[in-house]
Design a protein around this ligand. Structure first.
Ligand code: 13P
Ligand code: ZN
Length: 273
């Protein structure tokens, strides 16, 4: 990443991204190159535009008109979160979308980042930013990771139902509802890195700020990167508590129906009351 045009604001965003990458690694959710992170930094850098010949444009399979001229920090495909934490300038790319949302260029110019491409989940990241912009919701950061206990729960056939999964989380760890009253989305297994995964995630995110990918991981979008991380962290804590109980030989009941109703009434979103 060439640093001369990178503003202080963008440098701070890179540090914030690296801090979250460290947390993902420390949680044990980031084996090898697992996970990817992006931050919308539009408005923090002067756009280079199409007149710029320094950074060639790469056409994308899909057009993202709402993202015209947008700029993002995004982790490189195949990069390890532990390396992102320690060397973000060698593992995080800045991309700029062109005027009609059909191509991106990588604003970088050094030996390490020149070898990188954006994450293989680029389609999902861009589709989520695009759909949120359409709906006027201001998400600024996306975190995808492989939280172990959430993944384990997607191997329990009886929990592979969005409502059952959320009710289980709320009964076992009331904070899961307080932190995310809309609940977590759950989509069936879809091949990694595909447009189909991007679309299914965007559909689910119309109702949920975080979505579980069956037998793969979890993704969250929020107005800050810390908030996106928290959404996954709280859900995974609920999954951990559930599994601890199962490992101890009990099937936990958690809150009673009356307690759950009280919780929903006090903290739940209107749909859940
Ligand atoms: P990338 O290294 O391409 O970001 O892929 C990691 C991953 O978790 C894919 O879902
Ligand atoms: Zn993944």
């Amino acid at each position: 990443m060439k640093t001369s045009y990178i503003t202080q604001k963008v440098q701070q965003q890179i540090r914030d991204l690296a801090d979250i990458a460290r947390l993902l690694w420390e949680r044990g959710w980031a084996e090898s190159n697992a996970g990817n992170i992006s931050i919308d930094i539009s408005g923090m850098l002067k756009p280079f535009g199409s007149s710029n010949k320094q950074f060639p444009q790469r056409r994308m399979p899909k057009q993202y008109p709402e993202l015209a001229n947008a700029q993002f920090l995004i982790t490189g495909a195949g990069t390890r979160m532990r390396d992102v934490a320690m060397q973000p300038t060698k593992t995080v790319i800045i991309i700029e979308i062109n005027e009609d949302g059909s191509a991106y260029s990588m604003l970088q110019n050094n030996a390490e980042t020149n070898r990188l491409l954006p994450t293989s989940e680029l389609a999902t990241h861009l589709t989520l930013y695009q759909e949120h912009r359409k709906q006027g919701t201001a998400i600024k950061a996306i975190v995808h990771t492989h939280p172990t206990e959430i993944i384990v729960l997607t191997h329990f056939p009886e929990l592979l139902n969005e409502q059952t999964l959320n009710t289980t989380f709320w009964r076992i760890h009331p904070e899961a509802l307080i932190a995310n009253p809309a609940g977590i989305g759950l989509i069936p297994y879809i091949l990694t890195g595909t447009e189909a995964l991007a679309q299914a995630t965007a559909d689910s995110m119309q109702h949920h700020p975080a979505v579980v990918w069956e037998k793969h991981g979890c993704i969250a979008a929020a107005e800050t990167i810390s908030k996106a991380f928290d959404l996954i962290d709280v859900a995974n804590k609920a999954a951990q508590i559930y599994l601890c109980c199962r490992n101890a030989g009990i099937v936990p009941i958690g809150l009673t129906d009356v307690q759950l109703e009280e919780l929903k009434h006090t903290f739940g979103s209107p749909q859940q009351r």
